[in-house]
Design a protein around this ligand. Structure first.
Ligand code: URA
Length: 250
């Protein structure tokens, strides 16, 4: 993406952009965001390198058919496995490019999403859109889904059994999309995907793997948290850059 546009989107995201006045030749990044230190070399979680090699050398699977998508959509919309469906307007399936390289996974629909039937359409969604644009993606080029398809009452945290009931749907979406990289936004997303309770601050900034396909997964802060704590946006931008570097590797 053209550098001026990227800077405009970073500004929209609320990230301060610092430009070196006298960049020494080559190796130095052109744009340094908010912090003068460069990105630490990303860590991979245990056993990961082997898994990544497997994914990279695996034969290309066939892409999902429309029938598989409509079947999954119908099952999501008919689901009443937990009590949430009875209290929400509609199940929010997910939206975007069914063959996206990048899959964003959030927590659960909020009031706006419940009303409109689409994830991340409220204020957090506006920031997510700006984050994606800063990465060089329009919203419709990625796929956006949540841990839960149905809105919990008063936006309370998903209960573990609700997340478990909903998990097969998300796993099927991942299997159909076959993303190159998963970006997990926020605590609920990261904890459910990685089956851990390590704080997001310690999960971010490194490369995890998800599922049998060992899809590279990057954790970052939830856009709603970033709206409350804008000083964390620079770290989030580092995470987005890490996800971008993984996309380029694939
Ligand atoms: N927050 C989420 O995690 N998901 C949404 O769809 C909206 C807000």
């Amino acid at each position: 993406m053209e550098e001026t546009r990227r800077k405009a989107y970073l500004t929209a995201m609320g990230v301060t952009v610092w430009q070196r006045r006298d960049p020494p030749a080559a190796a130095v990044p052109e744009v340094i965001v908010s912090e003068t230190e460069s990105l630490p070399a990303p860590e991979r979680t245990a056993g990961e390198s082997a898994a990544v090699e497997t994914a990279a050398t695996a034969p290309m699977a066939e892409s999902a058919t429309d029938d598989q998508w409509s079947d999954l959509r119908a099952r999501v919309s008919a689901c009443s496995a937990c009590s949430l469906r009875a209290g929400c307007t509609q199940a929010v399936f997910g939206v975007g490019n069914a063959q996206a390289d990048l899959l964003i996974i959030g927590e659960a629909p909020g009031a706006d999403e419940d009303r409109q039937g689409e994830p991340f359409v409220g204020p957090a969604g506006q920031l997510l859109n700006a984050m994606l644009l800063a990465m060089g993606f329009r919203r419709e080029e990625v796929f956006i889904a949540n841990i839960l398809k149905c809105r919990p009452p008063n936006n309370r945290d998903p209960k573990p059994d609700e997340a478990l009931q909903c998990e097969p749907f998300l796993r099927q979406q991942i299997a159909l999309i076959q993303p190159k990289v998963i970006l997990s936004v926020g605590r609920i997303s990261a904890h459910n995907l990685l089956k851990t309770d390590i704080p997001v601050g310690r999960l971010r900034g490194r490369i995890h793997n998800f599922g049998e396909s060992a899809t590279p997964l990057v954790v970052t802060y939830h856009p709603a948290y970033l709206l409350r704590s804008p000083e964390q946006k620079a770290k989030s931008w580092q995470d987005l850059q890490l996800a971008l570097s993984l996309l380029r590797e694939q």
